[in-house]
Write a protein that binds this ligand. Structure first.
Ligand code: ADP
Length: 274
């Protein structure tokens, strides 16, 4: 593929895009917790909320208010929380303002959030993509130097259909899919800790296997995850929830491996269904 339109992002070494076939599967929640896990492993992390229609990262990180600009006023300084540099359209518009934008406007907003920001020596920028596999995602993937992508899905068949679309979208733009994460994998009862497979557990792993893509991990459906996200205090690093630190750290380690091995590898062997 020709890379004529790809522009490097100043201050950023590598980019991982977190995608999902549809909204509400926990893409943003997973992006935040994986970003924190990567940071905990010693990487300098940026988190770009590219979900401009429904920016939820500010709320999940408990951040609000307009970001500062550099002295000359040319660039926006990302807000920092828990060691992570963060940028979101949510810092620039009121929470209840609907984004009634068409495709090209969305792309231009995302590009500003990416390129007109003073990222400070970021090793890995995690981009929380808008949900879906439409034109915006495709254009973004074509124009931004993304090292690899991650697809978040819930395990039921209707969600997995969209995972397949996601995989094929990244194939079109020749971006490796680093793996699939199954979120809301099973329900963990807060009272008796029993597991209930609400969405038919294991579907994402099966789909990943079908396509020769790595399965990165499974995250249960747990009220604690939602509560922490709503409070603006993400679950990762919360000392009472060591089991989640482990889950997200395992995923983060796999991603670091993928990034580090990328140069020597010829890319994952993926069996696409056309
Ligand atoms: P998306 O980015 O895919 O639209 P979000 O990350 O915004 O999804 O998550 C949607 C809702 O589900 C949020 O209220 C979030 O707190 C909740 N949520 C996400 N993952 C989990 C989980 N594993 N367990 C419980 N609630 C979750």
């Amino acid at each position: 593929m020709e890379n004529k339109n790809i522009n490097l992002v100043n201050g950023v070494k590598q980019i991982i895009a977190i995608a999902s076939g549809k909204g509400g599967v926990g893409k943003s929640t997973t992006s935040v917790n994986v970003a924190l896990a990567l940071s905990n492993l010693g990487k300098r992390i940026g988190l770009l909320d590219a979900d401009v229609y429904g920016p939820s990262i500010p709320k999940m990180l408990g951040l609000s208010g307009k970001p500062d600009t550099t002295k000359e006023g040319k660039k926006i300084i990302p807000k920092e929380k828990l060691g992570i540099q963060t940028m979101s359209i949510g810092f620039l518009v009121a929470e209840d303002t609907p984004m009634i934008w068409r495709g090209p406007m969305v792309m231009s907003a995302i590009k500003q959030l990416l390129y007109e920001v003073e990222w400070n020596d970021v090793d890995i920028l995690v981009i929380d993509l808008p949900p879906g596999t439409g034109d915006t995602q495709l254009t973004l993937a074509q124009q931004v130097p993304i090292s690899g992508s991650v697809i978040v899905s819930t395990p039921q068949d209707v969600a997995l259909l969209d995972v397949k679309k996601g995989i094929n979208m990244f194939k079109k733009v020749e971006i490796p899919v680093f793996g699939v994460i199954e979120n809301m994998s099973y329900f963990l009862c807060p009272h008796c800790s029993s597991k209930t497979e609400i969405f038919s557990y294991g579907g994402a792993k099966k789909t990943a296997n079908e396509y020769g893509i790595e399965f990165l991990g499974e995250i249960p459906l747990d009220t604690k995850i939602r509560e922490h996200a709503d409070k603006g205090e993400p679950l990762f690093n919360n000392k009472e929830n060591i089991e989640y630190n482990e889950i997200y750290t395992k995923i983060a380690n796999k991603l670091i491996d993928k990034l580090e091995n990328q140069e020597s590898a010829t890319g994952p062997k993926i069996n696409f269904i056309d």
